[in-house]
Design a binder for this molecule. Structure first.
Ligand SMILES: C[S@@+](CC[C@H](N)C(=O)[O-])C[C@H]1O[C@@H](n2cnc3c(N)ncnc32)[C@H](O)[C@@H]1O
Length: 209
């Protein structure tokens, strides 16, 4: 069962976080944008309210929560219902696929990685952004996740675990970026985006087929 309950109930509130934490949002957008292959047809898996797809020019999305889909559609994203573990797209449909803070909610991450690979062209790329459980802030989030209506059900991953997942799916050439080095609510400007992982809470990895 997709873990969509909190998103179904609080879609507007979730979406509002990005406006209230503008600098964190912009830092994350820049980190994802840096590893996005262009040009090409792209899809965001677990597109949510379309905050990333909309700004990054990704036309297609898949999202299990109806409330989240409705907001993403208002942003002009072509969204279909479905889950990462069983994507409603034909083989080789996209040049790249993106997942932003979705991995931690998946019932079967390995199946999701295989599905992402299936819908990519033979030279396609998968970009995965996640909260790094082993980063200083990620450790705090993990310890306090029961206090969050959204993250209560999450299983956070380390960068090493994500690397293993991608490698098991047959992907290679991993490039990492990281950002968000302190409390997102206290930011007075964008955080830098650095190579690698280990310090930033928001990590992006690109893997090629
Ligand atoms: C933290 S939100 C991220 C949304 C969007 N990617 C963003 O960054 O704003 C997690 C999203 O994952 C979706 N989700 C949960 N389980 C999923 C699954 N099995 N397949 C695809 N999406 C899923 C939720 O409905 C929710 O929209």
């Amino acid at each position: 069962m997709a873990k969509i309950g909190p998103y179904e109930e609080h879609a507007g509130e979730y979406d509002g976080w990005f406006a209230e934490n503008r600098f964190a949002y912009e830092s994350e957008l820049r980190a994802v944008g840096m590893l996005l292959p262009r040009p090409g047809a792209g899809v965001e898996i677990g597109v949510g309210t379309g905050r990333f797809a909309g700004k990054l020019g990704i036309r297609f999305g898949v999202e299990p929560s109806k409330s989240m889909r409705t907001i993403a559609r208002d942003r002009g994203i072509l969204v279909v219902g479905g889950s990462a573990e069983a994507l409603p797209f034909r083989d080789g449909r996209f040049d790249f696929a993106v997942m932003v803070t979705v991995l931690c909610f998946l019932d079967d991450p390995d199946a999701a990685m295989r599905e992402a690979c299936r819908v990519l062209t033979p030279s396609g790329s998968l970009v995965v952004a996640f909260i790094d459980r082993d980063s200083p802030l990620g450790k705090k989030y993990n310890a306090r996740k029961d206090e969050s209506v959204y993250y209560r059900q999450a299983t956070f991953h380390s960068a090493g675990e994500v690397t293993e997942l991608l490698t098991r799916a047959g992907l290679r050439t991993l490039a990492f970026r990281q950002t968000i080095f302190g409390d997102p609510g206290a930011m007075t400007g964008m955080d830098p985006v650095r190579e690698g992982y280990g310090e930033g809470c928001f990590v992006v990895v690109r893997a090629d087929k």
